[in-house]
Structure formats: structure tokens, C-alpha cells
Write a new protein. Structure first.
Length: 259
């Protein structure tokens, strides 16, 4: 089951930045950071209150022309998968650079573990680093340790699921993704369904693949990879509406060369 908090708007992200800006602020966030608009409320002539999801977070925009008089300069730190691509999109949208792009070193999680050998989160972050580097066996050892310390942390199962996909241990990956869903990993639920679905595809269980991709798209209607993979599944199954999913994937991520 998905764990959603009834007292939190949209059920997740208890803390969220509140930004004032011009009417095109939400468009900028959508195009540069691939944000998904959750809600738009008209607050007056040429004024809107918009909530957008970026990854596992939510930002609130108070937009208008002119912006609200209480607007003040602010900074928001956003993690992106491809810094160069996001930087390029921002410049194309009219943003002005204030600093050069550069790699930022990760905190030394090994030192954290040295100080506290039972820090499950540190092991998990080490696993994510190794996963991103394609060092799947090293990642697995860290995820195994994180889960052993905290067996009810849904995130650990989610990331180990992704790692098992890299190791081509698809049945183990399916088991871990299912466990993450059962524990209620709301912040990356669409990605978890997508990962389980692609693992089912490797085992030629295409009906289950399609069901998981349907669920991923239901959670995140702008999940380009889910549309693209569902297109492939529908083509394999001989369904006539496959091309619509491929077109949707390209519409969402026109610069993605893998689509």
C-alpha cells in the first residue's frame, strides 16, 4: 500500500518552497526541470497559484504579471540527472547563468559508517553512488547492509530492485520492487512500478509489464520512459494504439535520443 498523509496536500512533501514570479515561472520549471503540474488555481486576473512536482518534491508558484509585491530573491537547490541538459534548457528559456557548471564531491559516507557502523542511510547512499557508476556488485553489498540494518526502509528495496536489474537478476528485482510498493515508497512510486514492469518484460510477462506501466503513468502522467516502454509492449502484443504512447514519450522529452 502507498503511504499518503491526509494532512499534507497531495499526500506527500511536507516541506515545499514557495516562490513568487512572473506568469511563465511554472513553464520554466516544467521545461527545465521536467516538473509535473499537480494543481493550478486562478487567483485573479493574470494570477495563478500552481503546485508542481519535481522528482520527490513539490514547489508552489504564486505567479502574476506583475509578481506579488512581497516577492523577494531566493535560491532553490534542485538535483537533476543530467546537469548539462538542464543547464542548456534553462539558457534556452532565457535564464542568466550566475555560476559555472562543475561536479560537486559527495560527502564521505565511508567516514560516516566508520563513525556509526549501523547508519543504514549511509550504506544506502554508498550503494546509490556505486549504482550510478554501474558497479552493481559493490552497490548490492551496500544495499544488502542497509536493508539488514533497517528491513522496513522501502527506499532500500527500491534501489536494490534497480541494482538487480543491472545485474540481470530480474526475479529478485521484482521481489524487491514489490516489497518497496508494499511498504509504501510514495516518493518514487512511479519509478518503482516502472522498474518492476521492465523486469517483468525481461521475463516475457508482458501483461504484468503493461499493468505496471499503466500504474506508473497513472501516478506520473508525464513519465516519458513509461510511455515509451508501454509503446514497445503494445507493439509486441499487437495492439493498435501503441504509436500514441511513442508520440507522447517524444512530446514529453523531445531531446531524448533513446526514444
Amino acid at each position: 500500500m502507498t503511504t499518503r498523509k491526509g494532512h499534507i496536500r497531495h499526500g506527500f512533501a511536507a516541506v515545499r518552497p514557495y516562490l513568487h514570479g512572473h506568469l511563465d515561472l511554472a513553464d520554466f520549471v516544467r521545461e527545465v526541470f521536467r516538473a509535473v503540474e499537480l494543481e493550478r488555481i486562478e487567483a485573479g486576473p493574470k494570477k495563478f497559484r500552481i503546485e508542481s512536482q519535481i522528482g520527490d518534491s513539490v514547489v508552489v508558484h504564486e505567479t502574476g504579471d506583475p509578481p506579488h509585491p512581497s516577492a523577494a530573491p531566493a535560491s532553490v537547490y534542485v538535483y537533476v540527472e543530467d546537469v548539462d541538459a538542464a543547464y542548456k534548457r534553462a539558457l534556452e528559456f532565457g535564464a542568466a547563468p550566475i555560476a559555472t557548471r562543475e561536479d560537486q564531491p559527495y560527502q564521505d559516507f565511508s567516514k560516516v559508517i566508520e563513525l556509526d557502523p549501523n547508519d543504514a542511510e549511509a550504506y544506502q547512499f554508498l550503494g546509490i553512488i556505486r549504482l550510478d557508476e554501474g558497479k552493481y556488485q559493490e552497490a548490492l553489498a551496500n544495499f544488502d547492509r542497509a536493508i539488514a540494518i533497517n528491513p522496513r526502509d522501502a527506499a532500500g528495496y527500491h534501489y536494490r530492485c534497480l541494482d538487480y536489474e543491472g545485474l540481470r537478476s530480474f526475479e529478485k528485482g521484482i521481489s524487491d520492487c514489490s516489497r518497496a510498493i508494499e511498504l509504501g515508497f510514495a516518493l518514487k512510486l512511479a519509478e518503482t512500478y516502472h522498474a518492476r514492469g521492465t523486469s517483468y518484460a525481461q521475463l516475457r510477462q508482458l501483461d504484468r509489464t503493461r499493468a505496471d506501466l499503466d500504474r506508473a503513468i497513472e501516478i506520473n502522467p508525464r513519465y516519458a520512459s513509461a510511455y515509451f516502454n508501454r509503446c514497445i509492449v503494445k507493439q509486441t502484443l499487437g495492439l493498435q494504439n501503441a504509436i500514441a504512447d511513442c508520440k507522447k514519450a517524444v512530446e514529453i522529452e523531445p531531446d531524448n535520443q533513446h526514444m
